[in-house]
Each structure stands twice: as C-alpha cells, then as structure tokens.
Design a protein around this ligand. Structure first.
Ligand code: DGY
Length: 323
C-alpha cells in the first residue's frame, strides 16, 4: 500500500474538518489556543506534503527552503498576505485561498461595523454599563445617518460589491468606489455604484469602508493625507488588513475630531492592538471576526481541506493562487 501524504493543520480547526482530512492523509493537528513560533512551524512542516494555514502563519523562502517535501499550502482565508507567493511559485509549491464562501458574511459584518460606528453603539453601551445614564437628552450619542448618505468603498472585489449592494439597495445610499480597475457597466449597475478618483472617494463619502487586499504597495495607503480629505462628520471602517491604515495618523484624527469615528476589525500588529487606539472613545474595535459565523467559518475550513485533497490527489487545486 502506498504511503498516504502527510499534512499539518497549523491552527486548531473544527473536528469535522480534521475528520475529513484524516480520510485522505496522515494528519498532524495543532491544539486549540496554540500559535506556533516561526521555528516551531518550520519544524512541524518538515516532512509534510501539505499545510492548512489560517492567514496568520507566514510562508516564506526560509520556510520553503527548510521544507523541500512541501507541495501545497491551503489558506483558510481569502486574504493571503501571509504568503510570499513568488517564493512559493519559485519553490513549486501550490498556494490556495478560500474565496467566495465568506463574501456575504463578511459584507454583513462590514455593514454591522459601519452602523455600530456611525450610530455610536459601543460608546453608548459602555456609557450605560458604567451607570452614567441619568436622563434622556436630545443630543445623547447623536451620530451620523446611514440611509441616504454617501458610502465610499476602497477596493471593489467580491466583498466590496456585496457591501455596495447592501448600501445602494438596502439603505438608499449613494455608493462610490475606487479600485485598481473599473468594474464593467453591468457590475456597476448590479451593485449601484459609480467609480470615482481616490481623492473624490475620501472627500465625498460620509462613510469610507476599506476592503482592498493588503500588498506592500497598500501599506499605510490610508494615512494623514487621505484622512485630511475626509469630512469631519465621516466614519472610516477597516475590514481588510490593519497595515492598510496608518494607525497613529488615525488616532490623531479621532482625538482631534477631524473625523467623527472609526470601526476597525483588523490591526497592524494583531493580535496586539496599538495601545493608543484603546484610549480613544470614538472607535469601535473588534478582533478580526468579519467572516466569523459558524457556517461560514466551516465552509472556509472545508474549502481549504478540499484544496489539499484535490491537489494532492489530482494535481489540480479548487481555488489556486499560483501555478
Ligand atoms: C480573510 O479571509 O482574509 C479574513 O480576513 C480572515 O482572515
């Protein structure tokens, strides 16, 4: 009997996913709560044919050089900025991500975070829990309207389009977007959005939502200059990657009320959070949970598993990123 391929699940996943993978592979799991250091990860990947990563484990030239048996890394995330894709391609390693299955769930959350931010839900709940509410007041936590306002979306992939549809068709918003490439007319009409310059996006939007992929070129692409273009009543929501926003510039703008509020699901040094952000009241902070519903996280994990199974049995991944 030929030896079954060996794989590592680099972060704890649901038992159903482990079981599915065990039907095909010799599986090494990672206990819940454990995050491997770079050296520990390399040690575990050595001798493995495949790895299931979660978007946090860095797959780079050093790891690839130390793990010549590796054939595929399946990311349980649509974002793959943890991969050095060029190095993986050069090493002949297949990279896959988990697109589509999380689009609507992530768009729901983007909208929830936008609403929580604009309507000051976290701030007002903290106030209530602290026993500070002693009277109804006309301006108590008065925020910004969502309906009828202008929604600006930076990055117009699948998730951006799903957020645009919610804004245009559900809330009667004027939706503007900026993207590397313009959508075709049919897609623009379907999501009720029109393409504008980057400058117009920041200066015209009442609410800016960031949904672009993180690349080195996108590092701090939203900084002091972009924030300076925004309206003092505007909100900024980031559900993409933390490194896209210059957090220190954002903190300064929030403190000085140069913009009204921000909602952040992602952070530059996550899971560490810039301590300055924790001191600012007009920011809603959540721990990278935009795709976190049980059905969606299960679907993402199963897609990553299916990529490992398909590639290691047929040589053709379901959602390949390279090769
Ligand atoms: C993704 O899929 O990229 C989400 O941000 C979860 O990591």
């Amino acid at each position: 009997m030929s030896q079954r391929p060996a794989i590592l699940i680099a972060r704890a996943v649901f038992p159903e996913v482990v079981e599915r993978l065990r039907e095909h592979f010799e599986v090494e799991t990672t206990p819940p709560g454990v995050v491997w250091s770079t050296a520990e990860l390399i040690e575990r990947v050595q001798g493995k044919d495949g790895v299931l990563t979660t978007g946090s484990e860095r797959i780079d030239a050093a790891l690839l050089a130390a793990c010549p048996q590796l054939k595929i890394v399946a990311n349980l995330a649509v974002g793959y900025n943890n991969f050095d894709l060029d190095a993986m391609t050069a090493a002949g390693v297949q990279a896959t991500n988990a697109p589509d299955v999380l689009t609507e769930t992530t768009a729901d959350f983007g909208f929830a975070l936008l609403m929580a931010t604009a309507r000051r839900i976290s701030e007002s709940e903290h106030f209530l829990r602290a026993g500070k509410w002693n009277q109804w007041a006309l301006d108590l936590f008065a925020g910004a309207d969502i309906h009828g306002s202008t929604l600006g979306i930076l990055g117009m992939g699948r998730i951006g389009q799903a957020i645009a549809r919610r804004g245009a068709h559900g809330f009667g918003m004027r939706v503007i977007y900026h993207n590397r490439s313009r959508l075709d007319a049919g897609k623009e009409a379907a999501c009720g959005a029109s393409c504008v310059s980057r400058e117009d996006l920041f200066s015209q939007a009442d609410h800016v939502v960031l949904v672009l992929p993180y690349t080195p070129a996108a590092h701090h692409t939203v900084g002091a200059a972009e924030i300076a273009l925004m309206k003092p009543t505007a909100t900024l929501v980031n559900i993409a990657r933390g490194g896209i926003v210059d957090e220190n510039a954002l903190v300064a703008a929030l403190r000085e009320k140069r913009i009204a509020a921000a909602g952040l699901d992602v952070f530059e040094g996550e899971p560490q959070v810039n301590p300055e952000l924790l001191t600012v009241p007009n920011v809603v902070l959540t721990p990278h949970i935009a795709s976190a519903t049980l059905p969606t996280r299960m679907a993402m994990a199963m897609l990553a598993a299916d990529n490992l199974i398909a590639y290691l049995s047929t040589g053709q991944a379901k959602t390949p990123l390279n090769r």
